[in-house]
Design a protein around this ligand. Sequence first.
Ligand SMILES: [Fe+2]
Length: 227
Amino acid sequence: MAALPAFLKLKVDHKTVLCRDLNAYRALRDFLLNSGYSSVYETDRVGEAKTAMATFACLSSLTGERLAVVLGMSAPEEVSHAQAPFAYGFAGKPQKDAQTYMQHLALRTTDIDKLKAYLESKGAEFLTPIYKDKDSFGPLLQSFTRELFDDEWFFIEFVQRDYDADKVGAGGTQFVQNTVKSLYVSKQEEFREWEKTGKKRKFLDGVPEKERTNLLRDILVNTMALL
Ligand SMILES: [Fe+2]
């Protein structure tokens, strides 16, 4: 296998987990706070007029692992996309007992512009542009892919942080409000489209079939041990 370019040597930046309801959200949050994680930020409601989500982000000082815990808030006439795994199931079946769902994996690159251009040149499709924002730790660039599978709700976030992300402490609590709101709106639009048509455009739909596995392997090759 040819050596991967530097921008494709990806590290796990964080994982985001959806919760079925307020009980699951509070239980997971309390469990993490009692397990060596400290809060990075917490936000009550970010989204659209009808639906939204609450987020709790935390960092383990022991392992450096970052986790975000999300509670989707649906309205009587509209399901939040962050409730989709619980409202519509996953892995091809209804999931009435599932309390959590891993919604996205964020992978850190050294050059998000090059990475996105490279993946798009192969036919991969992103849901969002590259958002340029700042959190407590420093400048933060993020771009989100379309979902990977028909019967799942999983996607990848690519991140570039222009500082040594493995060497920061718990930091402050600045929150990338604009990015999270923009992402929420884009995901909700994508989800409404799926509810209407039952179809979704996936991350690798535009990549020739025989190249998909290799491309996905190149993206995940350095992260498998951590999943
Ligand atoms: Fe994320």
